[in-house]
Design a protein around this ligand. Structure first.
Ligand SMILES: *Cc1c(COP(=O)(O)O)cnc(C)c1O
Length: 354
């Protein structure tokens, strides 16, 4: 007997970081930004009567604002419901050759999920011993390449020249650079500066981390016009109204407050550097971070134990029980006060020092 169960698309879903229900916790497990959106967003007038109407399917206000911000043509910008939506759409659009796509073995764990969902063959490429992406690993025959830069969960930045080697070495497939954390990296690290020269490059960004708007779900991609037009065609074959009116409005308001954006990103970088130094003093190995989180491992105390004890104290880190990284903790950079509490907890409850 046939069962409907044999017709079902069976997938192993992505597991997002825990969103604890308790209020009084220090939540450093999903790389959210502690500072909240700009005052411009808070004071934005939303015309609720407009909610009865469908939003602009092209989200032109937001597209134009982002195009101006990045000095590109509006036809080079694709917006979506968080970069997860943008990435999913890019996988569906560009990875359709039957050849395996390539991404690092330690990377954003959503990539293999989309590949499985869309039945895209993939091959992971091992990061080096010290968790670097080796560009020459991505120069073999493939159906496309995707990697985060800075990488997640390692936080390590691949220098722009190395990114360019991967893009230049793959002229006949699309290379997606997922720049979810690039605003926390040194100036000049973004692959957006390569866009004029490469028609196979897609750069993906999000408002969830540096712009502190994870709750609104805004992501975007920038590429040459032809690439973006292909994504639009797929999007309009799927769901025309992906961006709701509040997201378009608040998204524009956020981009218009450059001063607040720079100030809060700068604060997180300063806190990250201080926190890294403190962790090292406690005997942690910390991978140099260009993101709003650090990836750290202790020489003596297992990461899983620290993760568990922290959780009991209401401090949430991210722990992945996965090969190669099961002795690492991924810790989001919160406020100075939160990070001081973390250092106190590690000093007293883990290292048993005064
Ligand atoms: C957070 C994250 C995303 C997704 O962000 P959205 O909230 O969907 O915009 C994409 N890629 C990486 C590497 C991330 O860490």
């Amino acid at each position: 007997m046939m069962s409907w169960k044999e017709c079902v698309r069976q997938v192993e879903p992505y597991t997002p970081g825990e969103q604890p229900k308790e209020q009084n916790v220090i939540k450093l497990n999903t790389n959210e930004n502690p500072y909240g959106p700009s005052e411009k967003v808070r004071h934005c007038e939303m015309d609720y009567d407009l909610l009865r109407k469908y939003p602009d399917p092209a989200a032109s206000d937001l597209v134009n604002t982002l195009a101006e911000y990045h000095h590109v043509d509006p036809a080079q910008v694709f917006v979506g419901v968080g970069s997860d939506d943008v990435l999913a759409m890019a996988f569906l659009t560009f990875f359709n050759s039957g050849r395996p796509i390539l991404f690092p073995d330690i990377s954003y764990s959503f990539y293999p999920v989309w590949a499985e969902l869309y039945k895209i063959p993939f091959e992971t490429q091992a990061l080096t011993e010290d968790f670097r992406i080796e560009p020459s690993d991505y120069l073999k025959e493939n159906g496309g390449v995707v990697f985060p830069n800075p990488n997640a969960p390692t936080a390590r930045l691949l220098p722009l020249e190395e990114v360019e080697k991967i893009v230049a070495g793959n002229p006949d497939v699309v290379v997606i650079v997922d720049e979810a954390y690039i605003d926390f990296a040194p100036e000049g690290s973004s692959a957006i500066s390569l866009l004029d020269r490469y028609d196979n490059l897609l750069v993906v960004r999000t408002f969830s981390k540096s712009r502190s708007m994870a709750g609104l779900r805004i992501g975007y991609a920038i590429g040459q016009k032809e690439l973006i037009a292909c994504m639009q065609a797929v999007k309009y074959s799927f769901n025309s109204y992906t961006m709701n009116r509040p997201s378009i409005l608040y998204g524009c308001a956020s981009v218009e407050d450059e001063a607040y954006f720079r100030e809060t990103v700068g604060k997180i970088i300063t806190t990250r550097e201080w926190f890294t130094k403190e962790l090292k003093a406690l005997g942690f190995d910390v991978i140099p971070s260009a993101a709003n989180f650090v990836f750290a491992s202790h020489k003596e105390v297992p990461a899983e134990e620290i993760f568990r004890k922290a959780r009991e104290r209401g401090i949430f880190f991210r722990y992945f029980k996965l090969p190669r990284i099961d002795n690492f903790l991924r810790i989001t950079i919160g406020t100075d006060e939160e990070m001081k509490t973390v250092i106190d907890f590690l000093t007293l409850d883990i290292m048993h020092k005064k």
